[in-house]
Ligand binder design. Structure first.
Ligand SMILES: Cc1cc2nc3c(=O)[nH]c(=O)nc-3n(C[C@H](O)[C@H](O)[C@H](O)COP(=O)(O)O)c2cc1C
Length: 206
């Protein structure tokens, strides 16, 4: 009996150590693949359309990149070191449903010159991730058409999207639209080319 308990505890400890290592290495390889796509793009530096996004493992980043290519838009990344790729960032993200404050860079952007703003984020715990909330809190969207977009793996809560819309409208936006695309669960994501052609189709009418 003692032996069985020992083996069970041993397996539990092993799983607790191995699972995060496997998850972070899958994430890292997806991040690297996504980063490779980003570095190949030549994008506009002067436009009245901006695509502003936060992305941890790169899915929302390639979505943002595609939208920027489609509309000849400026592409602006919001960095949040707390959630960067790796074990620590994953652990912080995994506890992010408790996060109300997160450091982002840039904190504010002068959005005056833009007519339209695409704002992107992954879905975490059924809601937009903390960095995009922070960005929307910090910035004014006076008179802008805002299109909010997400990559996610299965589900999001419409109530959280509505809450995010209220924040953006409160900060001056003229209109708000929401678009989201499933990338698929880790280890069974849809192929990048398929994902990007879904992005192209979804945003074609914008
Ligand atoms: C901490 C955490 C929580 C997540 N929660 C959800 C969720 O509630 N619903 C969902 O569909 N996907 C969820 N996902 C999956 C991400 O939304 C999905 O992988 C997304 O494409 C990641 O975007 P990124 O690569 O731009 O960071 C979660 C991912 C993380 C890291």
């Amino acid at each position: 009996m003692k032996k069985v308990i020992f083996y069970i505890i041993f397996i539990l400890i092993l799983t607790a150590i191995i699972a995060p290592v496997i998850i972070t290495s899958i994430e890292k390889s997806q991040f690297d693949k996504n980063s490779g796509i980003l570095s190949k793009s030549e994008l506009s530096k002067q436009s009245d359309v901006a695509v502003i996004y936060f992305s941890r493992s790169g899915n929302t980043a390639i979505m943002a990149n595609k939208i920027a290519e489609m509309f000849d838009a400026e592409l602006i990344n919001i960095a949040a070191p707390k959630y960067e790729i790796g074990l620590k960032g994953l652990a912080n993200a995994a506890m992010s449903f408790q996060d109300h404050e997160v450091e982002i860079a840039p904190q504010t952007i002068d959005l005056a010159k833009y007519r339209k703003i695409y704002l992107g984020s992954p879905i975490w715990f059924y809601r937009p991730s903390p960095p995009i909330w922070k960005f929307a809190e910090n910035n004014r969207f006076d008179g802008k058409d805002v299109v909010f977009f997400n990559s996610y793996n299965s589900n999001y809560g419409q109530d959280y999207i509505d809450e995010f819309k209220s924040l953006v409208m409160k900060n001056g936006a003229k209109s708000f639209e929401h678009k989201a695309i499933i990338r698929g669960r880790m280890g069974s994501q849809i192929p990048t080319e398929e994902f990007l052609s879904e992005v192209a189709a979804l945003f074609a009418e914008n």
